[in-house]
Design a binder for this molecule. Structure first.
Ligand code: ATP
Length: 330
């Protein structure tokens, strides 16, 4: 700020003011207190042959109940690592992760198994990983309900019997005609839609999908995204989809980008109606401000202005200005 006016240093706060600030801080609700999924400074370090890889480097993310959202990012950015943690298949090295009130760092083996059966459902990229090849679509969907029943956590079948629920799910996802066929007799898109039905069988709080359209052509992929949207709208299930598929942008309201093991930016879409009553979807990109106040500026912005290593900041009444360091005084 050498060539700009120096701001006047404010008066030191009084003791009363400091006490007020401390009380306000204490009473503030915790990060993500109202979210269904909260990842707070999540870290996952893998050590192979003495070499450490930081797959997640303090990732913050909240997902509200009933959301349908997508996670995108370059290969190696940490998406699958995050999904495996949310699925209860892997445990973070540090930080906090909560899903539907469950603390993912504090689950013993039994609670973890229960979590995977009842709280989350998943759809993986490889169709073969989602369905048992020797069972029909109907039997595949019924299986999680039978396993849950055996586990003793039997809940009243409020939405009808297992058979009816299987039928309803297959109908909702547009694959009723596949009920008596085995996976090998189904197309890739049909297999993924049956896989969504399997994942929804036990009414999970969250449905996680890792590259669910990765092995499909674009038209079939769109059908699968439409099936996710139907599940979200009709059942209210919260859905998180990891994808490289550009088509996802027209299917979800919120896309969060992951870069180097952290959430970096997010695109929110909303429908606007103009004066003539014409509807259009407006997308707006936001940079993520993490819990420590760190902001990742998009590379194209920093490159365009030659910003490197440090920038100058100035607080205005309703925004912050960021300038490239002019290379003046240190
Ligand atoms: N089990 C593991 N052991 C060692 N390193 C791992 C392991 N799993 C992931 N990694 C490393 O962690 C980083 C993040 O990997 P991750 O698979 O989460 O990325 P991704 O964004 O899902 O990539 P892709 O889109 O290619 O699947 C990568 O550098 C990867 O090599």
């Amino acid at each position: 700020m050498t060539d700009r006016e120096q701001p006047k240093s404010p008066l030191p706060p009084t003791l009363t003011e400091l006490e007020r600030r401390a009380a306000a801080h204490r009473d503030r609700p915790s990060y993500g207190h109202d979210a269904l999924i909260t990842c707070d400074r999540l870290v996952r370090v893998f050590t192979t042959d003495g070499v450490e890889v930081q797959a997640l480097q303090g990732l913050d993310l909240t997902v509200q109940e009933g959301e349908l959202m997508a996670l995108v990012g370059a290969s190696g950015s940490g998406k699958s690592t995050l999904m495996n943690i949310l699925a209860g298949l892997d445990v973070p090295t540090a930080g906090a992760a909560r899903v539907a009130g469950r603390d993912l760092l504090a689950m013993d083996a039994k609670v973890r198994l229960n979590y995977r059966r009842e709280v989350v459902g998943f759809v993986w990229q490889q169709t073969s990983r989602n369905l048992l090849p020797y069972l029909t679509a109907r039997q595949n969907v019924a299986l999680p309900m039978q396993l849950r029943g055996r586990g003793g956590a039997r809940r009243s079948a409020a939405k009808g019997t297992k058979g009816e629920r299987t039928k309803d799910l297959l109908a909702m996802l547009g694959v009723s005609d596949c009920a008596d066929r085995r996976p090998g007799q189904l197309s890739g898109g049909q297999q993924q839609r049956v896989a969504i039905a399997v994942a929804l069988a036990n009414s999970p709080s969250v449905l996680l999908a890792d590259e669910p359209t990765g092995e499909l052509d674009s038209v079939t992929g769109e059908e699968v995204f439409a099936a996710f949207r139907r599940a979200n709208e009709e059942l209210g299930t919260t859905i998180v989809i990891v994808t490289h598929d550009q088509a996802v942008e027209s299917e979800v309201r919120r896309t969060v980008a992951i870069r180097d093991g952290r959430t970096s930016s997010e695109v929110l879409r909303r429908t606007e109606i103009d004066a003539e009553g014409q509807e259009s979807v407006v997308a707006r990109e936001y940079a993520m401000l993490d819990r420590a106040g760190r902001l990742q500026l998009p590379t194209e912005y920093t490159a365009a202005l030659g910003m490197e290593q440090r920038v100058m900041l100035e607080l205005e009444q309703d925004h912050i200005q960021v300038w490239a360091d002019g290379g003046t005084d240190a």
